[in-house]
Design a protein around this ligand. Sequence first.
Ligand code: ADP
Length: 399
Amino acid sequence: MKILVINAGSSSLKYQLFDMENETVLAKGLCERIGLDGRVKQSVPGRPDFEAERAMADHSDAIQAVTLLLTSPETGVIKSMDEISAVGHRVVHGGEMFNSSVLIDDSVIAAIEECVPLAPLHNPPNLVGIDACRQRLGDVPQVAVFDTAFHQTMPEKAFMYALPYEYYENFKIRRYGFHGTSHLYVSRKAAELLGRPIEKLKIITCHMGNGTSIAAVKNGKSVDTSMGFTPLEGVPMGTRSGSIDPAIIEFLSARCGMDIGEITTVMNRKSGVLGISGVSSDFRDLHAAADGGNRRAQLALDMFAYAIIKTIGGYAAAMGGCDALVFTAGIGENNARMRQWVAGDLGYMGLNLDSARNAVRGETFISTADSPGKIMVIPTDEELVIARDCAAIVGGNTR
Ligand code: ADP
């Protein structure tokens, strides 16, 4: 069974074609600058990467470009799009309506549209991607996989904000959480690597990339997570502030004459480690600057680590312990120094980091052999989760 996974952004569209017989990636690529000059890139295992300029007026043109890339004699890996059993779409916000992946029909599209006010930057391009596939790929079943779905198991006490209750009833203001497919994938993989049933484990997963979120996964279910109503809440990130005292917004508005929209943009795009350091949102640049004596770059790194340490402590308290701590995504998978700072002093909760093992790359245990709780690095694979959900929904290989 072949599954195409689509992740549509406002001017880009990423895709991966899976063969689910052995869960291998046949091809993956990116259409970017859609509506502008247009570029496509595709990589196929064992072949040189392909890159070309392709004018694409909209996402429908992009799907047409993907079709050509996947089927043309020059770049293709399949003969026809008819070989594809289903298309899986990453959809950022499913609100409270979706706690798992679903087959897309008109009512699902209407429900995703209803969630647009909750994710105005993300859900509209996701919908455009779905629409483009419906136009171009005929009757192939399409599945929506939501970033928020995994966190729908959070108890009320974790997802409610202490605002007047009617704001939740009328406007659905609550914590939703994001990166759900990633937290789900790495927590299940952690249980697999531990050789223990996930139903009996307390796991803390740290997805540390440009966007960073931490999740508490108890008995296989998300019981708390650091991102909230939007992906702005939580720990400081590349360019996002994470949680701040909300009263700062009114103060800033009065002091600097910015309106709320402008302040929100600052909190999303000019804050986080970029805002603190004034150097970069990229952790490689921050380490280089800090090593060269840049005090604010070091402060940004320290603030990032400190916020994560506090979150881990909080989640261990909430779950009554932690059997495994998992690092994933760009920083979690690659940045051994940050892992050392975050996990180097967690012996108090039974997590003992092994500094030598921490230097190893790839999927691995990085705790000492006798550590009661385990610390692990697990590369995330959100596309595989989407492909698996698709396969399960349309039948066939449900691994
Ligand atoms: P996104 O949220 O955009 O998917 P990623 O998961 O790709 O982000 O993470 C991007 C972050 O990962 C950047 O801050 C980058 O510096 C960091 N990163 C990637 N590779 C390395 C590396 N080898 N060493 C240190 N940091 C890295």
